[in-house]
Design a protein around this ligand. Sequence first.
Ligand code: SF4
Ligand code: MG
Length: 329
Amino acid sequence: QNQLLSVRNLRTDFSGHRGAVRVVDNVSFDVGRGRIVGLVGESGSGKSVTSLSLMGLVASPSGRVSADSILFDGSDLTKLTPDQLRHKRGRDMSMVFQEPMTSLNPVRTMVQQVGEPLSIHTNLSRRAIQEKVLHMFETVGIPEPAARLDAYPHELSGGLRQRAMIAMGLICEPKLLIADEPTTALDVTTQAQILRLMVALRDRIGTAIIMITHDLGIIAEMCDEVNVMYAGQIVEQADVFDLFDRPSHPYTRALLASIPKATEKRSGDRMSSIKGVVPNLVKLPQGCRFHPRCGDAMPICRVKSPDLTDLGRGHKARCWLHDKQGAAS
Ligand code: SF4
Ligand code: MG
């Protein structure tokens, strides 16, 4: 089997005082070994919760994760005991977040934090861990790495902190790294360096990457495959070339149209040019969830919710424009 990860019908529900909300709605996708797979969508689309669900980081009891299956490296994560899961996730899957300052402890040194996964998951001595951290700092391009070991997070620049977080994410040489908007807080030049670094590390270590972003420019630069998410569902799934060649869901087309020219500054709100807002998951529109914002909406779109239709070569879109048969039935 050449897939590293096969997620089938992942569902994540949160219950609050206004009842239960399905934030991730039957999401299915695959990640091949050493592949870089994007999850792209506006904030509130469910892409972060999808990854937190895979990592077992959704807080219970308010959050509940279920799936038909989550095959990861030969075992079904939905069938493991909590102990087995913790071990597997810590060693073989790791995660890098957007703002390193909030995930780093301000009063612990870099070597203590970056080396922590090794002290949890291996029996290496402190000395050996220190050497591994030093080596990882070199690998991720931190200048004067030896001098940074005993530094505190605030003593590093944002770009160096993110490099250190990537070092931490890769220190156990995981099979899968999930990166959630890892460069959004960084300036354009540093962002480009970090993305290039991640691709180089994938090439060298063979770690597969799930890249979570609101930025189709980042998807174009580094991903092999793409899943476009809207209001908790995957609305389009394709090889990266197919997606940019034949964007087939009106939402994907709107995202593409909202990419600013290279001369414009990248910013977190570059998608604001799609008119309308992501629907409130507590009160979803009937039919296609995108219909209130869709320029192509037809009468059926307001009534019936479309399924993912296979357009060939694994390219799928959830839209009545591509499911003539379903629309007629
Ligand atoms: Fe637009 Fe209808 Fe397709 Fe939804 S199903 S994206 S409303 S055309
Ligand atoms: Mg997010």
